[in-house]
Design a protein around this ligand. Sequence first.
Ligand SMILES: [Ca+2]
Ligand SMILES: [Ca+2]
Ligand SMILES: [Ca+2]
Ligand SMILES: [Ca+2]
Length: 685
Amino acid sequence: MRFSPYGPWPSSYRRWGAEDRKMIATDYRILGTIFLVVAFCLVSVPAQAKYGGGTGEPNEPYLIYTAEQMNEIGLHEEDWQKHFKLMSDIDLSSYTGTSFNLIGTSHNLFWGVFDGNDHTILNFTYKYRADRDATALFSHVGSWGLIKDLGLIGPNLDAGAGENVGALVGDNMGTITGCYAHGGSVSGRNYVGGLVGFSAGTIINCYSTGTVSGNKAAPFASYYVGGLVGFSGRTITNCYATGIVTGDEFVGGLVGNAHTITESYASGSVSGSEYVGGLAGYSGATITNCYSLASVSGYKWVGGLVGLNGSTSASTITNCYATGNVTGTTDVGGLVGLNRNGSVDNSFWDTQNSGQSTSDGGTGITTAEMWMKSTFTDASWDFVGESVNGTEDIWCICEGADYPKLTWQFVIGDFDGDDETDFVDFSILAAHWLQTNSSFWCGSGGIDLTDDGKVDFDDLKEFAENWLAEDIWRLTEADYVIVDDFESYGDANNLGPPPPPGSRIWYTWRDGLGWTKPYKQPGNGTGSMVDLELTQVHGGAQALNYQYNNSGPPYYSLADAKVSELRSGIGGDWTKEGIAVLSLWFRGDASNATAPMSVVLNGSSAVYHDNPNAVRINTWTEWTIDLQAFTGVDLANVNSIAICFGDKNNRQPGGSGMVIFDDIRLYAGEESEHLHSFYEHKTSF
Ligand SMILES: [Ca+2]
Ligand SMILES: [Ca+2]
Ligand SMILES: [Ca+2]
Ligand SMILES: [Ca+2]
């Protein structure tokens, strides 16, 4: 028997830790142009070429021109770590039912790069197939994976009672940027989103406008349903969703279960039973500079922005507002239904439109007050036209006529409405020089960008900074890849190899105890016992709870995982792209009986923590190890990783306690500070 104090999974009581994402964002305007020019030089198609040409290498991606070539990718698992580039808009309407070959499986994730090249895929359709654990164009994307600049028009997915359902990605650990699902519909039971079903990765500059529905499969309810993402364990930035969203629990206009959301919004309508919110059904981390216009209806924990905020103090809602009509029975609020342990700061809801005079956090005001700039600038929101609250100018407003909007929603300086800021717009600016003019942010031919009532040098400066805004790109660099973040484990008795998502953690991280279900498997004979940790986590909702006990032979505790069985899709080549450092986060307990702590690669080479009492550190602490310290290990062929307690070569009786681990990652060295880069539009999609 195993003792698990945490109950079933997926659980209604998932708890969330603090923000843990490190991203470096740099402006890099010229590189974006070079990138496009280089890409255009790759058009010759050799005879016998795979797909529409290319080799799949980063500088010579496989080229996709047709629906047939797109459908070919799913047949070639050997290519799922290669680079692809879409060269034209394609129509998949000839693939119906289950005839399209979805890309990636839980055993072999897609961890290459798919560059949509600003093209679209029309009419992607898929109906449920019983042996699929994820339904999406890309079913599973690993932590190296990158999908960018791809639009899906009119996707139609019906996954029945299936899980991990999204038009673009079902189960994401990688990066998705500049992608959208326009129109169409997506349905499934759990982890269902208009664009992405489940995400433990990064989503930037994406949107969805289709209908999203969670299908009940009686007696089971539908969990984690969101307009953009069903369940997010990491970051969502500059995104929106506008569709109709329905489900049972954890239902949100943007995301069902949220971690970190920044500068994003939702409209449309949301309905569910418990944990229902205009933006997010449940939030476990930080929501900053976001809003919801969505109407919301539910039974319990129902909020205009968030249904239930946080089980820990790390859950914060800052500079947000909600306006939609809210109806429900228990713990219902104009902004937040129930704020359990988190905080709500500088945030507002519209008492008139919402029909709610109360909220568990935030300030209720009239529609007229919601349309006043001073309401928000007085609460330190960073607006266009003021610099006291900051110069990022995140927010803008058409005062007296509308609620605040995010400035990224506008192409700044595009006065004639063709989505480009160019010479035509410059001539319009010149024609209004030194005149009084209406606010640009009212979207009706206004030229006054700085919102001060006149057109002058300040506006010209603002205009110049956004000149040719379409060609302004931002280079975003991810500086690590995930080895294991422990987000994919659950309580199902699904053995591998590699164990599929939702499996018990000890099938992957094998300990001294072994298991009894679905058959008896003795442990490794050491004093280790691992379990899922849901309370003390560093990132996402889950961590590794590791109990060590060296009081009896062999006076040593070891838990190890085969690298090929880690769901991150990291693979065994730890020499790629300048990888140099292994990082893991741990927290021990002051009452632990001390034992040396080590990481072992390939079963032989150990690196010990240099603090012999590390197990007594009771705050989250990062442990970084230069990979070169693993002497004798072929870093191009890393096949196992172990965490151990005790000195293997000098075993001593004693030493027991519990240490929690999370966010095991690989970072680049100082010479190459990022692991992969991607470009995104700075000012528009
Ligand atoms: Ca400002
Ligand atoms: Ca224009
Ligand atoms: Ca002005
Ligand atoms: Ca985690």
